[in-house]
Design a binder for this molecule. Structure first.
Ligand SMILES: [Cu+2]
Length: 124
């Protein structure tokens, strides 16, 4: 009984230590690069389905300096991790508009919007 208690304490301490150092918390630790990654959120990224999610995230990742992109359909928010010395939220917004998705203050042209598949039409 005493032995298992000590074992449990050891494991708990170990997990707490790993969480504190970020190894378990999911933070990506890239030596020499971590400082350059900034989190940013682009609001009002329009879309209507899973295909939009794929397109929006793929387009954002295609912008040089973007490290990660995750679009939330319900809130229309695009969560970004980017190198602010290379790109910006507005650059990502313009790339999305070119792909047919209104994003922030950038509006997709009628031609880009018309090129979207039917399930992706978000303008009513
Ligand atoms: Cu879609």
């Amino acid at each position: 009984m005493k032995r298992s208690l000590i074992l449990m304490l050891t494991v708990a301490t170990g997990v707490a230590f790993l969480a504190a150092t970020g190894a378990v918390a999911g933070d990506r630790v890239v030596p020499g690069e971590q400082k350059r990654v900034t989190r940013d959120t682009l609001e009002r990224v329009q879309g209507s389905c899973g295909m939009c999610k794929t397109r929006v995230e793929k387009t954002a990742l295609g912008v040089k300096g973007v490290k990660s992109a995750s679009w939330e359909m319900k809130s229309k928010r695009l969560f970004l991790e980017l190198d602010a010395t290379v790109t910006s939220r507005d650059t990502v917004a313009r790339a999305l508009a070119k792909a047919g998705h209104d994003a922030g203050t950038a509006r997709a042209t009628d031609a880009a919007y018309a090129a979207l598949p039917g399930c992706c039409k978000y303008r009513k």
